[in-house]
Each structure stands twice: as structure tokens, then as C-alpha cells.
Design a protein. Structure first.
Length: 255
């Protein structure tokens, strides 16, 4: 029997239950994810992609179903508890970092999640800085020389690169990327996508990435999932993905 890294078992989610605005957004989602799977998740506006990632990370308690991470049920855990093993990057580069803290301090928070601030200060003044410097260097943005710069002074692209690094610093059991390049200019978006792929492959991370870029969805990862109206309607493996063209995928998307 395959031991999956992550399993979604029959998730349902309805918002505004019992009111005129009742909306059944996730309609019985099932998914088995192997360790090292890098899944691209596509689907039209409002199909439920972000809601699915929110359900996984614990933004709200799910109505029905189970979430199993390495065979342990996590659906009852609070969002902050899941954050210890689930990394997340959002579309907005302003989310996920503390703007008034330096790059080093932000990285320190990511590394010592849950530690007291005094500990974070000590960590940034010790060998940790050297280690951060090495990690930041791989982003190839020259930010290793600006570790004491406040995050709020960085450009959106630089900030998103740091957020990405922070999300993988503790080697998450599952990494969730929600259109994390969508707010960036095309050049930096391409660069961040390349770095994302490098980080995921190098660390053999298990990841789910929401994207509206069909080319990225075909180029990256080993599996492609499409959602429509709260259901998974397409699930392609690596071989099927390699055979598919953007035009063919677009046709399926538009059905
Ligand atoms: N917390 C919430 N309360 C009420 N409705 C919600 C909530 N979260 C999501 N929805 C609704 O669920 C539906 C699906 O939204 P979701 O953001 O998951 O779609 P999506 O596939 O990520 O879309 P997009 O591509 O536009 O980001 C939408 O109609 C949205 O308004």
C-alpha cells in the first residue's frame, strides 16, 4: 500500500450556510499526493482553488472530510499549528513578511517559528546570519548584502523572493503556492518561478501551486489538476502533461 505524503478525503465546504447567499464551494474533493509531487492547480475564477488551499492550511474549519498529512489527521488543528509543517506563499508580496523587520529578522522568524522575539534577536546576531547570507545568495538578487534592510523597503519581486525562501527554510511537509507570481512583472515572475522550481526540486518538496498561467502549469511540476465549480475535473500525470499543448489545455479549460 502506498503511504501518501498528503491526502484529501471528500472535502466539502459551504459558505453562508442557511442564508440566501449559501454557496457550496468545495464539492467532495479527493486527492492523493505522493512525497515529492509538485502539483499545478488550474481552474477558472471562482472554481475553488484558493478555498481548497485555505481549507488545507486551516483558514477555516472544514464542513466535512479529512486531511491527512503523513497519515495523521490535521483537519482539527488550528492554522498556526499547521503552519509548523505547511509552508505558504500568497499572491500579494506584502503578505507573509513583517515590513518593519529586516530581511535577517524575517528569516529568523521563519526558521524559529514560535520562538520569543529575544531569541530571534540573538539568532540574527550569531552564525545564523552567515547561514541566511548563503541561502539568500541563491536567489541571485544581491540581497545577501542587504540582510539588515527592512523588508518594507524592498520591491515586490525582491520581497516575494524572500517570502518564498522563508516558506521553505524549515523544509515544510507541504508547500502551498497561491498564484505567487501573478502580481509581479513578467520578467521577475519568470525568475521567481524558476527559483520556485529550483527550491522544490533541490529539497524534494511536496507542493501544490495555483496558477492561471497555462504554460507554467505544463512546464513545471509532475502533475496537473484542473478544478471546475468546486470539483477536480482533470488530473494529468507527468507523461500526460508532457504530451499536452497549451492550446489543448485551453480547450479543456474552456469547456
Ligand atoms: N470565506 C469565504 N466566505 C464566503 N465566500 C467565499 C469565501 N472564500 C471563498 N468564497 C467564495 O468561494 C468561491 C470560490 O472562491 P476561490 O477564491 O476559491 O476561487 P478561485 O478558484 O481561487 O478563483 P480565482 O482564480 O479568481 O482566484 C467564490 O465565489 C468566493 O466568493
Amino acid at each position: 500500500m502506498t503511504a501518501y505524503q498528503f491526502e484529501i478525503q471528500h472535502i466539502h465546504q459551504t459558505f453562508h450556510k442557511g442564508t440566501a447567499n449559501e454557496h457550496h464551494v468545495l464539492k467532495g474533493i479527493d486527492l492523493k499526493v505522493k512525497k515529492g509531487d509538485f502539483i499545478c492547480l488550474i481552474g477558472g475564477n471562482g472554481s475553488g482553488k484558493s478555498t481548497l488551499l485555505n481549507a488545507i492550511s486551516g483558514s477555516f474549519p472544514i464542513d466535512e472530510g479529512k486531511l491527512l498529512l503523513k497519515q495523521k489527521e490535521i483537519q482539527s488543528l488550528k492554522e498556526y499549528q499547521r503552519a509548523k509543517f505547511i509552508g505558504r506563499v500568497f499572491q500579494d508580496p506584502n503578505l507573509g513578511t513583517s515590513p518593519r523587520m529586516t530581511i535577517a529578522e524575517n528569516l529568523s522568524i521563519a526558521q524559529k517559528r514560535g520562538a520569543k522575539r529575544s531569541f530571534i534577536k540573538r539568532a540574527t546576531s550569531s552564525n545564523a546570519v552567515k547561514q541566511f547570507s548563503k541561502e539568500v545568495e541563491m536567489l541571485e538578487l544581491g540581497l545577501e548584502n542587504r540582510l539588515n534592510t527592512e523588508i518594507g523597503l524592498l520591491s515586490g519581486g525582491q520581497r516575494q523572493a524572500i517570502t518564498l525562501l522563508m516558506s521553505v527554510l524549515q523544509k515544510p511537509e507541504l508547500l502551498l503556492l497561491d498564484e505567487h507570481t501573478a502580481a509581479l512583472d513578467p520578467k521577475i515572475a519568470k525568475f521567481i518561478m524558476k527559483k520556485t522550481n529550483e527550491l522544490i526540486t533541490k529539497q524534494h518538496l511536496t507542493a501544490m501551486m495555483v496558477t492561471h498561467n497555462l504554460q507554467d502549469a505544463l512546464s513545471y511540476g509532475n502533475r496537473l489538476i484542473m478544478m471546475q465549480a468546486g470539483k477536480i475535473v482533470l488530473d494529468l500525470n507527468q507523461t500526460e502533461k508532457e504530451k499536452m499543448t497549451v492550446e489543448e489545455l485551453y480547450q479543456l479549460f474552456s469547456q
